[in-house]
Write a protein that binds this ligand. Structure first.
Ligand SMILES: Nc1ncnc2c1ncn2[C@@H]1O[C@H](COP(=O)(O)OP(=O)(O)OP(=O)(O)O)[C@@H](O)[C@H]1O
Length: 294
């Protein structure tokens, strides 16, 4: 689904600057002058090398930056029209409960090791009712597990996180995040720790769940191939700034910023063993190959 630019953005970030403490007297400008927007149902990528500010930007939009008074946030983050910079913790909690969900690279950190997976999805659906073992909530939990690509949801629901593979845990985390029915899901390097085939499966799950539920997606990755296969627009970050943005097609076929051009050159270099090209749509891959031949 391509978002209409006529709709009001779900999230609008303007001139965001985040300064984080790094020691007793030192700090770092983690991001500077970052502006971006996400419309309802849109899938947007943020790419850039390690340390470029992708995670800090994602965490800022989810209100998940460290809460120390030494963390300085400036600019504007509008979520559904509401200004969230300087908003109290309770307002952010409301946003995270109803509007913005986030999933990270390491699912074990976020899953409860001593609670069965099904119960964790139930808790996410109904934070107040799940303890009563409400059959309706239980049925919904199985539906979310099915949506996350588990063909036999009851058998997964009975298991504990340590009984699942890394890819399965990541898909459980997607089910838990989607079960809150957020309007925006921010996925920060959700597949980086997984091997290529499992990565593909998890990305398919992510893609299908956001498509089916109409959820907007911000996909954060250093891997341009992963982002290209999943998104309609891309923001390129470098040294804490957005250096370029455009449709995925524009970024891949006519990158303007030298950093984006360098990123793409490294992807095109097939001699690099780590680079995954499988996920760049075939049509764009052909175009890239043709340009390379000129
Ligand atoms: N909690 C923190 N405390 C202090 N500095 C931080 C913290 N988190 C990030 N930074 C710094 O902020 C800058 C941006 O980091 P960020 O994690 O957003 O980069 P990234 O593009 O997501 O990289 P990666 O892919 O490695 O996570 C870096 O200089 C980083 O060292």
């Amino acid at each position: 689904m391509t978002a209409s630019t006529h709709t009001e953005p779900l999230v609008k970030v303007t001139d965001l600057a985040v300064n984080l403490p790094t020691g007793r007297r030192s700090s770092v400008d983690a991001v500077t002058q970052v502006s971006l927007e996400i419309h309802p149902g849109e899938k947007v990528g943020i790419i850039g090398e390690s340390g470029s500010g992708k995670s800090v930007t994602g965490r800022a939009v989810a209100g998940l930056l460290p809460t120390s008074p030494r963390v300085k946030i400036q600019g504007s983050i509008l979520v559904d029209g509401e200004e969230m910079v300087g908003a109290p913790a309770e307002a952010w909690r409301q946003v995270r409960t109803h509007k913005v969900g986030m999933i990270f690279q390491d699912p074990l950190t976020y899953l409860n090791p001593v609670m069965r997976v099904g119960r964790q999805v139930e808790e996410s659906i109904a934070p107040r009712r799940w303890k009563n073992r409400d059959p309706q909530v239980r049925t919904q939990a199985l539906e979310f597990l099915e949506l996350a690509g588990f063909p036999d949801p009851p058998s997964v629901a009975r298991r504990y996180p340590h009984e699942l593979s890394g890819g399965m845990r990541q898909r459980v985390l997607i089910a838990i995040a989607i079960a809150k029915c957020p309007r925006l899901l921010i996925a920060d390097e959700p597949t980086t720790a997984l091997d290529a085939t499992v990565q593909k499966r998890v990305l398919e799950t992510l893609h299908n769940t956001v498509e089916e539920t109409g959820t907007s997606l911000i996909l954060i990755s250093h891997d341009i191939g992963v982002v290209a296969s999943m998104t309609e627009r891309i923001y390129v970050m470098y040294r804490g700034r957005v250096v370029e943005s455009g449709t995925t097609h524009q970024i891949l076929t006519a990158p303007e910023h030298p950093y984006t051009q360098a990123l793409l050159r490294s992807v095109r270099s097939l001699s690099e063993p780590d680079v995954e090209l499988y996920s760049i749509p075939l049509e764009l891959r052909r175009q890239l190959a043709m340009e390379e031949a000129v």
